[in-house]
Design a protein around this ligand. Sequence first.
Ligand SMILES: [Mg+2]
Length: 410
Amino acid sequence: MKLDEINIGPYDTLLLDRDGTINVHLLDDYVKRWADFEFIPGVLEAMPKLARHFKHIFIVTNQRGVGKGVMIEADLANIHKRMVEEIEKAGGRIDGIYYCTALSDEDVRRKPGRGMWEDILRDYPEVVAERTLMVGDGDVDKEFARNCGIAFCKVDSMKKEKGIYKWVKANDMEVIILAGGLGTRLRSVVSEVPKCMAPVNGKPFLYYLLSALSQYPVGKVVLSVGYKRECIMDWVQEHRREFPCEIDFAVEATPLGTGGGIRLAMEKCTSDAVCIMNGDTFFDVDLEQMKKAHEKKGQLLTMAVKHLKDFDRYGTVSFDKRGIVTGFNEKRFCEDGYINAGVYMVSDRTLLKDMPERFSFETEFLQPKVVEGRIQGYISDGYFIDIGVPEDYARANEDFKDFGTWTKRK
Ligand SMILES: [Mg+2]
C-alpha cells in the first residue's frame, strides 16, 4: 500500500527512519555534520500533525558512519540535537532517537535486527506492536518492521508532494461536532446537562463520539458549544488526553442556529477536509471511505444516509441513480426509506462564509443546494442511534455496553 493510503487512525506509535525519510539521503556518503543535513521538503510542515496524532514518535536509524570512523558519536549527537530543535520550532516532537553505530550486519541492534525495537519496548512499556507503524525508505526498514511484528509503509520519494507531507495531507481531517443541542425532549430523563453530555453507562455520550473518531486520521475536533457549555468544556479539559486529536471549541455567545454554529466552528478549522456531525447522534459510518467517495464525486457536500424500515421519527432523503440528493421529505410513517444521518463531508472550510451569522443549516443551506443538485448522498449501513428521545437514549445504554469491541475498524 502506498504511504498516502495508510490511515494513521489505528496507530498511536510512529517509528521513523531518518536518512531518506526525514532528511535527504546523501548518495554514497554519510551526514557527518549539521551542514550536511537537509530536511526533505514538507517534513517540517507534517511534523506538528503527526505530533498531535501519535502518542509516541521515535527515530530508528542505522549510523554506520560512526562505526567506520568517518564521524564520532558527538557529531551524531549534535546533528540530532539540531534536528530536534528544528522539528520543535516547527511545532513537532520527537520522543526518542534510537541509533546503531555498529559496523556488522549481524549486530542485533542494527536494522533489520530487533535491537532498537527491544530498547523502545523497555523504555516505553505502554508501546504495543499492534498500534505501531514504521515508516522508512529502505528495504531494511521493511524487514525491520517484519522482524518486530509492526506495520510498515515505504516512503518512495523525496519530493514534497509525494513523501510524508502527502501522507499527512491525505490523513488530514477535521471534525466539527454540534454540541449545542438543548435536549428539550430528553429533559424527562436528563435534566442538568446538554444532550451530548447525557450519561451512557457512566460516560457522557460525547465520550463515545470522540472514541470512535480516534480510529480515523482526525487531527482536530472542534466542538460547537452554546447551551450549558461549561459542563462540556470542563469534562473535555479533564479527559482530553484520552483522545489522540486536538480538541478546540467554537463558542456561541448567542444561539446562531445550526448553520451559524457550523460557520463559526469552520473558522477554527485549518484543513479543507471537514466532517460535520451531530453531538446527539452516533452513526458508525466509515469516515475514511466517505471522504474518499466525497473527493471522487467532487460535489459541494456529501451527506451520509442510513436505510431504515418502519419509522416515523425522521424525514426521508430522495436521490437519483448517481446518488445526487434530489429532495427532503417531511416526517411521516415510512415503510422503507433513507434518512439524513447528520454526518456531512465538505472539502472547503470557507463554504459558509457568505451565509448570514445566524441561519439554519438544513433549510437555508442544504435545501437550496439540493435544488442546485450539489449534494451527494453516501449510503452506509453502520449502526445509528439518535439519543434525542428517551426510548433511544435507553437503547444507547444497552447497545454501548460493549462499545470497545464493535467500533474498532482497521
Ligand atoms: Mg533510510
